[in-house]
Design a protein around this ligand. Structure first.
Ligand SMILES: [Zn+2]
Length: 152
């Protein structure tokens, strides 16, 4: 799922608990839980030729996604319920970390950690059901808005 959708889970977590370490752990757990849901972005870079070009494309999308997620956090901090930043930020970090780890391992070619990339892709394909990004993006926007709705 996009980082923005994962971030909505972090916002929700920060409204429910007060322990920063637990927030971080739940952030990570929510990431994998969200990734298990078929979310239609597996074919995101299918139109791009070449492994290196595909990866560059992913990085560009991830950067835009992280900017959107940061705006979402800012909006939540300025307009949302009062939450402890020492709980919110570890939760956000927890939801981002699994994808940051994946991109870092892939980018730096840390072959000893490739088991993690395998695990991450296994989680993604848990239900073995893929569909078009045309439905994936609206689905992820709905998930993000629904989680935000229960967070406010
Ligand atoms: Zn992920």
């Amino acid at each position: 799922m996009f980082i923005t959708a994962h971030t909505s889970a972090a916002l929700w977590i920060s409204t429910r608990i007060t322990d920063p370490i637990l927030a971080f752990i739940l952030g990570i757990a929510s990431h994998f839980l969200f990734d298990m849901i078929p979310h239609g972005d597996e074919s995101l870079a299918d139109h791009v030729q070449g492994k290196k070009e595909k990866f560059k494309y992913f990085i560009r999308v991830a950067l835009i996604d992280m900017i959107l997620a940061t705006i979402l956090v800012y909006f939540f901090v300025s307009h949302g319920p009062i939450v402890d930043p020492y709980v919110l930020y570890p939760a956000v970090l927890g939801t981002w970390l699994p994808d940051i780890a994946w991109i870092t391992i892939e980018y730096l070619k840390l072959s000893k950690l490739y088991w993690y990339i395998y695990f991450h892709s296994k989680v993604h394909n848990f239900f073995n059901w893929q569909y078009s990004i045309v439905y994936g993006v609206p689905f992820q926007i709905i998930v993000t808005l629904a989680v935000l709705k229960i967070s406010f």
